[in-house]
Write a protein that binds this ligand. Sequence first.
Ligand code: ACO
Length: 335
Amino acid sequence: MYNSRISGLGFYVPDNVVTNEDLSKLMDTNDAWIQERTGIKERRHVVKGKDTTTIMGVKAAKIAIERAGIDKDDIDFIVFATLSPDYYFPGAGVLVQRDLDIKTVGALDVRNQCSGFVYAISIADQYIKSGMYKNILVIGSELHSGGLDFTTRGRGVSVIFGDGAGAAILTREEDPKKGILSTHLHSEGQYAEELSLLAPGIGHRWVSDILKDNDPDDVSYYPYMNGQLVFKNAVVRFSEVIMEGLKKNKLDVKDIDMLIPHQANLRISQFIQRKFGLSDDQVYNNIMNYGNTTAASIPIALTEAWEKDRIKEGDLVVLAAFGSGFTWGSVIMRW
Ligand code: ACO
């Protein structure tokens, strides 16, 4: 049995910076409300037609591949996590295989929203641990701006999310004490609709119904979020799943060198930091600059933290996520 470790990281965000002030020109909101409730100062939005979820994912992947020191054809498998794919189907994984001109390896799409990257890493880790694959490209990428309601009706959601992508190469590691030590995944489907985008799902309404209704006030194409319920559940589940991972490895909160929480909301991250008594050096947050980029938030934050030398060899790095589903999870790794 092998271990897996992250051998390369990369991220890409569009150049187009959208400030809270910019949003206040589109809807009834203001910088003070957004910063106080979420910590967000600005986010990036794609320029329509220039970037897509796949294109951003490919840009991040190219950096990760180069930093891993491998050739694109050394990649044995692709895992792509997103809630905002270019197409309803096929998924973005095959588009990456095409756009990177990689040989015909398998490509898997993960639909676990904010927990998507943690789920994707867990899957890739299992394939490597079993010996099936040696190098796996894991991508989290989101284009939110094309799917949000930027009128006052949608302000509770649309101010929170931003666009971007992050990628990691997971590589076989022979040393069992190095790399990913364990991953932990959970879900609670009773809250499925509390953070959701219902259309264009075909379960309850058929395409023919949607076309017949042709309703300009149909909000089922916009994300819905029960913000307070999400907040309450997030703080509990983040804590639980971090502790679950630490206990599994006979580690303690004080052993954490770097916690990268999914960048849902700065207040959630700060709550966890306070609860665990972690210093600012032990937690990395960048939601202030990018907003919540869902499946991309952890790989973007992880890459930035690594680029800033905030993560060193031998460090205990913890990834934790919570989001739509509800789903949540953690990754415990020794860098
Ligand atoms: N600007 C100004 N006012 C606003 C805005 C806005 N952008 N959005 C909502 N409001 C108003 C509401 O209409 C409401 O007004 P009312 O009192 O007159 O009815 C008031 O502000 C308070 O609204 P609440 O929704 O109660 O505000 P709350 O304090 O709960 O904050 C928030 C909302 C920030 C969404 C919070 O609930 C939260 O952070 N929840 C967690 C969300 C989260 O982390 N989601 C991401 C994780 S999941 C994922 O990534 C897919």
